[in-house]
Design a protein around this ligand. Structure first.
Ligand SMILES: Cc1cc2nc3c(=O)[nH]c(=O)nc-3n(C[C@H](O)[C@H](O)[C@H](O)COP(=O)(O)OP(=O)(O)OC[C@H]3O[C@@H](n4cnc5c(N)ncnc54)[C@H](O)[C@@H]3O)c2cc1C
Length: 370
């Protein structure tokens, strides 16, 4: 699909863009921004992933806290079915209750129900201004408490990201001690809106985080300064890579009230298995990327131990009202846990939808329904 990479239309009057599936997500964002419009879903892979892939996995990202995930922006799809027929679902209307929601059925279907060949996405006006605060805390529990306090105070940030002590330590090792603030947890809060509101809100939030016990607060009042804080966020990933260990990144989600319990569980799992675990991610919506840092996953004994640890993690997640994937989808990596995650009835409904749309099983075979 990579060669189907044309932006066919950007139409601010209708608040839509029509694109082929191979358009790179970041390029669509940039193109609509030049018209003053915004396509918010922002997976960290946006410079290399495609809108078609985002639709097929229902991709998310940091700004989905305020703006929602890819699903909320898919207005219409053209899909080639296994039969070769072309299905048009939805369209360019921002509301649509006409028939079953076949567009949403295709979103997140991981290429197993049809091949998406054209996408109409919803656009919204681009916010005028953006600002950020980076605040370090003594530990994860203190930072998680601040997450809830910010939301309780009536502020809905565009992004609310949290980082644990393991990741902070890896970043100190990679970037140098002086590049990181003191503390064992880091919170990044981004707000956007019109210029006056953002500047007032930034000052209020700074005081608020200080009252919540922040050890150090870095202020980013404009987009360039925000980029420096986002760079630190990206550096957290590189720091984990720099450890030389293989990162098994699990994009699990828990109800937000269970953030601290999740990290406590991960700490215990680390002690029980000897496998280091790093947790960071989208605190505002409970989507904490839990990374098992494994020495040599190709080694059968290590793989067995890591898979057993993943099994404990997913079992805990499912038992605590969470989900095993918030944005990456199931693919092959999470296939062993799908039955446990969906339950019998849901699996049967999934199977009957698959059988009716793809009776010969020719679309993305070998995945979680086989
Ligand atoms: C460094 C990095 C950071 C990431 N960060 C995030 C993040 O923040 N949030 C997030 O959600 N994900 C993230 N991801 C995961 C990944 O980038 C996303 O899932 C993305 O949506 C996949 O898009 P892609 O174009 O790479 O699709 P691919 O990986 O090529 O495909 C993904 C699935 O979609 C199917 N598919 C692709 N195109 C079509 C089509 N046209 N029709 C039908 N099926 C199709 C494929 O068969 C496959 O099953 C990250 C990945 C990396 C490597």
């Amino acid at each position: 699909m990579m060669r189907m990479n044309q932006i066919l239309e950007i139409n601010p009057a209708d608040g839509v863009a029509v694109v082929q599936p191979g358009v790179i997500t970041g390029e669509l964002q940039q193109a609509v921004r030049e018209h003053g419009w915004y396509y918010p879903p922002d997976p960290a892979s946006l410079k290399e992933c495609t809108i078609g892939g985002n639709i097929a996995t229902n991709a998310g990202g940091p700004r989905c806290l305020k703006y929602g995930v890819t699903k909320q922006y898919a207005l219409g799809l053209e899909t080639v079915l296994a039969s070769g027929e072309v299905l048009r679902s939805g369209g360019r209307c921002h509301k649509n209750s006409t028939g079953f929601d076949l567009t949403s059925l295709m979103v997140g279907s991981e290429g197993m129900l049809g091949i998406i060949t054209e996408i109409t996405v919803r656009l919204i006006p681009h916010p005028q201004a953006r600002a950020m605060l980076g605040a370090s805390f003594v530990d994860f529990a203190a930072a998680a408490q601040a997450v809830q306090a910010i939301l309780d105070s009536g502020t809905l940030p565009s992004a609310l990201e949290i980082t644990d002590g393991f990741t902070m330590a890896a970043a100190r090792d990679y970037l140098g001690n002086d590049k990181l603030p003191p503390g064992d947890a880091y919170l990044m809060v981004e707000i956007d809106g019109n210029e006056e509101t953002v500047s007032r809100e930034l000052a209020r939030l700074q005081q608020f985080l200080s009252d919540q016990g922040a050890l150090r607060i870095d202020e980013a009042p404009d987009e360039d300064a925000c980029e420096r804080i986002w760079q630190l966020r990206r550096d957290f990933s590189y720091s984990l890579k720099h450890t030389g260990l293989t990162k098994l990144n699990e994009d699990i989600v828990v109800p937000r009230s269970k953030l601290v319990e999740l990290v406590n569980f991960a700490t215990q799992l680390q002690q029980d298995t000897g496998i280091p675990i790093a947790c960071f991610g989208h605190a505002g919506d409970g989507n904490i990327h839990t990374n098992l840092m494994v020495d040599n996953y190709a080694d059968p004994a290590t793989k067995k131990k890591a898979d057993a640890a993943l099994d404990s993690l997913f079992t805990w997640i499912i038992g605590n009202g969470g989900v095993i994937s918030g944005e990456h989808g199931i693919g092959l990596a999470k296939k062993p846990w799908i039955k446990q995650a969906l339950g019998e009835t849901s699996m049967a409904v999934h199977r009957s939808i698959k059988d009716s749309l793809d009776p010969k099983g020719i679309l993305n075979p070998g995945k979680f329904l086989d």
